[in-house]
Design a protein around this ligand. Structure first.
Ligand SMILES: O=P(O)(O)OC[C@H]1O[C@H](O[C@H]2O[C@H](CO)[C@@H](O)[C@H](O)[C@H]2O)[C@H](O)[C@@H](O)[C@@H]1O
Length: 346
C-alpha cells in the first residue's frame, strides 16, 4: 500500500486525519492535520493517535468547559432570527446527515434509531422544502431508519442517490428514482474487502465491519483501547492489496471507500442540479451534519457563498460550517423553528 493510495485520496487534496489534540501546556485545542498516516514503519501508532483523537471524550473536562469561548461559530438556535432573515425570499433545500445529527450516537450501529418526534420534525420540514438525507450508511439502511418516502436519499457518503418515487421531485428527476451511482464498478471489490475485513477482525472483541454497499465501516467504539493498534494493523494489512480504496476516520469508525472524486459535497451539488436549482441565485441550501465527511458539503457552501452549514458538535472543532448545534435534540428544535418560520410567512 503506498502513502498516496491510502492517505491522500485521488482528486481530494484534503488531508484525511485531522488530529484534535490538547495543546501542550493544557487549556484549549489545536487542530493538527495529519497527512502521512500510512508510511513505512511505525505508522500504526499514528493511526492509533488519530483514532483516539476522533473521540471528543478524550478531551479534558476543562476543554469542554471552555466550549463557548473556543467555538468561533455561533449557535444556530441563538442566531435563528439572523438565519431566518437570510432565508427570506429564497428557495430553501434542506440536507441532513443521519448519525449524530438525526439520531444520537449509540454503541450498536444497527440500533441507531431516530425518535418519532424527530421523524415528525423531518416530515414537517419536507412538507415545506425539498429535503435530502446524506449519509455514510448504505441507502436502504438509512431509509429503514428514517422511513419517509418523500425525501431524497444519498447513501454511501453520496455515492448512491435516489429521488422520492412520488410527487413533483420525481417529475423533476425525469421519472428516474435512482439518480446516480458513480462507484458501481467498485461493488465486487467492496464485497471482497468486506469479507476479508470481517474474517480478519473477527478475533477482536467489539470490532464490527459494516457493509455500506459502496463503502465500508470498521467500528471500534466497542473495542478496548489497548486493542486499537491490532485492529489498525489488521485493516492496514487487508487494504494493502486494494490501492483503489482510501481510508478516512469518522466517529470511532474507520471508513473505507473508492478513490473517486465524489463526496457529500459533490452529492449536494448533484442534488441541487437534479432539483433544477443549479444556476439559481435565489436558492439557499441548509446543510446540517456532525462528521468529518460533512465538511466536504460545508466547504461547497462556503465556496459557493450560498447556503448555511451547521455543525452538530458539543466540542470545539475546526469547521467550514457557519453555525453549530450541540446535539440531535437541538437539531430537532432548529427544524421545528424552521417550519414555524415558514408557516408564519405563508
Ligand atoms: O454520514 P453519517 O450518516 O453520519 O454516517 C457515518 C457513520 O455513521 C454510523 O456510525 C456512527 O454512528 C453509530 C451509531 O450511532 C456509532 O456506533 C458509530 O461509532 C459512529 O461512527 C454508521 O454506522 C457508519 O457506517 C457511518 O460510516
Amino acid at each position: 500500500m503506498t502513502k498516496q493510495n491510502v492517505v491522500v485520496p485521488e482528486g481530494n487534496p484534503t488531508p484525511l486525519f485531522p488530529l484534535l489534540m490538547p495543546k501542550s501546556g493544557g487549556g484549549g485545542f489545536s487542530v493538527r492535520r495529519k497527512v502521512e498516516l500510512v508510511g513505512e514503519g511505525g505508522s500504526i501508532s499514528v493511526w492509533v493517535e488519530s483514532m483516539k483523537a476522533s473521540s471528543p471524550t478524550h478531551a479534558s473536562s476543562s476543554d469542554a468547559g471552555q466550549l463557548d469561548e473556543k467555538m468561533s461559530y455561533p449557535s444556530a438556535l441563538t442566531m435563528f432570527d439572523e438565519i431566518a432573515s437570510s432565508l427570506e425570499g429564497k428557495q430553501i433545500v434542506v440536507f441532513l446527515d443521519y448519525d449524530g445529527t438525526l439520531s444520537p450516537i449509540t454503541d450498536d450501529p444497527d440500533r441507531a434509531f431516530m425518535s418519532d418526534s424527530m421523524r415528525d420534525a423531518v416530515r414537517d420540514v419536507a412538507r415545506h422544502f425539498a429535503t435530502a438525507i446524506v449519509s455514510g450508511r448504505r441507502r436502504d439502511k438509512v431509509y429503514n431508519f428514517v422511513r419517509l418516502a418523500e425525501l431524497y436519499y444519498a447513501g454511501s457518503h453520496g455515492m448512491d442517490i435516489k429521488a422520492p418515487a412520488k410527487g413533483p421531485s420525481f417529475m423533476k428527476s425525469n421519472g428516474k428514482a435512482v439518480l446516480f451511482q458513480p462507484a458501481r464498478k467498485y461493488l465486487p471489490m467492496i464485497d471482497r474487502v468486506y469479507k476479508a475485513l470481517t474474517e480478519t477482525t473477527k478475533s477482536i472483541p467489539g470490532a464490527k465491519v459494516e457493509n455500506n454497499k459502496f463503502c465500508l465501516s470498521v467500528h471500534f467504539r466497542c473495542v478496548e483501547e489497548k486493542k486499537w493498534s491490532v485492529l489498525a494493523d489488521q485493516v492496514k494489512s487487508v487494504l494493502r492489496d486494494f490501492p483503489k480504496l482510501k481510508l478516512t476516520l469518522g466517529r470511532k469508525v474507520l471508513e473505507i471507500r473508492p478513490t473517486i472524486k465524489w463526496d457529500k459535497g459533490k452529492a449536494l451539488e448533484f442534488l441541487l442540479e437534479a432539483l433544477g436549482f443549479a444556476n439559481c441565485n435565489d436558492i439557499l441550501p441548509v446543510y446540517i451534519g456532525d462528521d468529518r465527511t460533512d465538511e466536504d458539503a460545508f466547504k461547497v457552501l462556503k465556496n459557493r457563498g450560498q447556503g448555511i452549514g451547521i455543525l452538530v458538535s458539543k466540542f470545539p472543532k475546526e469547521t467550514n460550517a457557519s453555525y453549530s448545534l450541540q446535539e440531535p435534540s437541538e437539531v430537532m428544535d432548529f427544524l421545528q423553528r424552521l417550519v414555524e418560520w415558514k408557516r408564519s410567512s405563508l
